[in-house]
Structures are given as C-alpha cells and as structure tokens.
Design a protein around this ligand. Structure first.
Ligand code: ATP
Length: 238
C-alpha cells in the first residue's frame, strides 16, 4: 500500500481538500492516545472516497477534523486553497455551514418537526424566505424518494426514511463536500442499498465530493477510491 501523498489534480491547479501533517491525540485513562499521526490526505472536486479501517482506529476522528468540527493538534487543511484552521471559530463555523454537509448514523433530526421543516432548517438559518425554503426542501425530499412523507413528523417515519431526511437536510445548501459517518449503519439491506445508490447518483449529478466512513463493503464499492486508516495514517487501497 502506498501512503496517500499529494495527488496530481486533473482539472484544477490545486485539489479541493488537502490535509497535511495532521496529528490528533486524546488523553486516555493512563496514557496519551495518538490517533492521527502525521496524516496526509488529498481529494479533488467530484471524487468519492470510502474511509475504511478497524474499529477504534480513528476514522470518525479523521472525519470530524476534515469537517472542521474538531481542530487537529498539528497540521493544516487547505480547502479550495484556504488554510481553514487559521480561521477563528466564528469564521470557521460560517465556512463549515456553507461548504460542508454532514450525515451521521445518529442524525440529530428534530423528531416533533416534519420532514420538510427539518430539511429547510439550514435555509431559514441562512436567511431564506419561508416560501422558497419550503419549495427547495420539498424538491429535495422528492429527490430522495419521500414525496409522500413531506409533511409527516420525523417520529412517524421509519429509520430509512429518517436517514433520507437527514441526507436531504445535509444537501439543501448544496455543499461542495458531503461527509458521511456510517450513513447506513443502522439500516436494513434494502434501505442501505437505496442510500448507497442515492449517494452515488448525487456524487455524479452534482459533482459533489463525497467522503464516507464505513464498515460496509457494498457502500465502499460505490466510491471511486478506498482509503484505509492504519497506524494513524491513510493508505490508498485501490
Ligand atoms: N473525545 C475523545 N476523547 C478521548 N478519546 C477519544 C475521543 N474521541 C475518540 N477517542 C478515542 O480515539 C480512538 C478513535 O476513535 P474513533 O471514533 O475515531 O474511531 P473509529 O475508527 O471511528 O471507530 P469505529 O469504527 O468503532 O466507529 C478511540 O480509541 C476512541 O476511544
């Protein structure tokens, strides 16, 4: 396996995301855990990558740093050639909200609100008028196959339907990159397949960069790259 080093970019002068020398550790009960150790990772616009590796190796830690939800102890991330960890927290939050979509296994939807209300929430936060927000969110819910569930409360939906609402909400601001952590971890085979196909379609249609942490070999097979996290570093596996 080759360590992922700076990859040559086909279309632009620089890659969409370029992480260099990332280190991240945590204080364990009796010792410091060095989880990411001088990690490099590069991904171009429109590429898709599966991040695989053993349980507890640091995949979620990596995804949180890539999503700027957490800062590394050392190293930098260039996003569209901007050094984002040099931003203060306020600027970083604005950047994150406008550029990165997240889908997690536990999707943090608001259960008492409807599918459309959950999906349009990021639009309202960004100052959209309610009518346009409802239209845009409803369109996206149709796109993820929930046209008959738009006005259902989230706590009335199945796990697979809830996961599709979470996906619609993550996509509603058209992020440049979608980061997903085990997006089908709690779903049955049929619902998992639907989400796999949908992610793959969205990646192709919108040229959306996609990075997915998964234990699922089926989902990994939908991605253009598979990258293994081992000993704190990422290695290209196909
Ligand atoms: N905030 C934290 N404080 C202390 N330790 C942490 C913290 N976050 C993660 N860790 C530790 O870092 C290691 C890597 O965790 P992480 O969740 O990134 O692994 P993972 O590869 O995503 O695991 P899994 O596949 O089981 O979800 C684990 O040993 C975990 O206990």
């Amino acid at each position: 396996m080759d360590k992922t080093i700076i990859r040559k970019n086909n279309s632009d002068l620089f890659p969409l995301i370029d992480l260099k020398g990332i280190c991240k550790g945590f204080d364990g009960s009796d010792e410091r855990l060095d989880i990411l150790r001088d990690l490099d990772f590069t991904i171009d616009k429109g590429e898709s990558a599966a991040i695989v590796g053993a349980s507890g190796i640091g995949k979620s830690t990596f995804l949180h740093i890539m999503g700027t939800l957490d800062r590394p102890d050392k190293g930098k991330m260039l996003f569209n050639n901007e050094d984002v960890f040099a931003f203060d927290n306020e600027k970083l939050a604005k950047f994150r909200n406008s550029s990165i979509g997240f889908v997690f296994q536990f999707h943090h939807l608001l259960p008492e609100f409807t599918a459309v209300e959950n999906t349009m929430m990021p639009l309202l936060i960004n100052g959209w008028k309610k009518k346009q927000a409802v239209e845009t969110a409803s369109e996206l819910l149709k796109r993820v196959g929930l046209e008959t569930r738009i006005n259902h409360r989230v706590n009335e939906l199945s796990g697979g339907e809830q996961q599709r609402v979470a996906l619609a909400r993550a996509l509603v601001l058209k992020p440049l990159v979608l980061l997903a952590d085990e997006p089908t971890g709690n779903l049955d085979k049929r619902n998992s397949e639907k989400i796999h196909e949908l992610l793959s379609e969205l990646n192709k249609e919108f040229h959306m960069t996609l990075v997915v942490v998964t234990h699922s070999t089926e989902l990994a097979a939908y991605m253009s790259r598979s990258v293994t996290l081992l000993d704190g570093q990422l290695f290209e596996t196909n």
